[in-house]
Design a protein around this ligand. Structure first.
Ligand code: ZN
Ligand code: ZN
Length: 213
């Protein structure tokens, strides 16, 4: 399984643009390429994708965590670039979207082979749970429902190995103890505290980061 951060508040590689928002590409065996969230600005998303040699027309599935503009802002541009994309939106999604295939998510489910969603938590946001050789990787947007609740929801699918994405104001750090990989991105308010506490298993996030598990 390979995960590439495409859009983040920070950039890890020259040529990539940093901007407030989040998006990452997930490539797993026997599945279509999945784009999780689309950042805030379509032109920045497409620029970073080009720099990372990701072709929008190769993406099979787009999953949106929640309606906020820093996660769904680039969606129209992706859909212009790839009209066949399948969309998985949280039930509460409020934007007007027309595409061939939209699934609104409320309950936990398997989206694709080895790719699961926690379902919509807190009435607003879903997180992805990706099966890897090392265990489950949780991929979050903003974590508005709370990282603890998201980890609990993911644990119903098996043993959680790691988490990547925005952690928002999360500070119940004990909840991260059992994890082997922690990658706080985007809106994580206590990023430096988390990096300090878990330096042995914390990864620096940023556009261009590639995780292979
Ligand atoms: Zn948000
Ligand atoms: Zn956000």
């Amino acid at each position: 399984m390979k995960l590439t951060v495409v859009y983040d508040n920070e950039a890890k590689k020259p040529g990539l643009i940093a901007d407030w928002g989040f998006s990452c590409l997930i490539e797993a065996q026997d599945t279509q390429k999945i784009l999780f969230d689309t950042g805030a600005i379509g032109s920045i998303l497409l620029h970073n994708m080009k720099e990372l040699k990701i072709n929008p027309s190769d993406i099979g599935i787009v999953v949106i965590s929640h309606s906020h503009g820093d996660h769904a802002g680039g969606l129209q541009d992706i859909m212009k670039a790839n009209k066949d994309v399948e969309l998985y939106l949280p039930q509460s999604f409020w934007g007007v979207i027309s595409t061939k295939k939209i699934t609104k998510i409320r309950e936990p489910m398997e989206i694709y082979h080895g790719i699961l969603t926690t379902g919509e938590l807190g009435g607003m946001e879903q997180s992805l749970v990706v099966n890897t050789d090392k265990g489950l990787l949780v991929v979050t947007g903003c974590s508005h429902p709370g990282v603890g609740n998201i980890l609990d929801a993911a644990a119903r699918f098996g043993k959680v190995y790691g988490i990547i994405g925005g952690f928002h104001g999360f500070h119940n750090f004990d909840k991260l103890n059992p994890l082997s990989l922690i990658c706080p991105c985007h809106c994580t308010q206590y990023k430096s505290a988390i990096k300090r506490l878990f330096q042995d298993r914390c990864l620096d996030c940023g556009a261009g980061l590639v995780l292979e598990l």
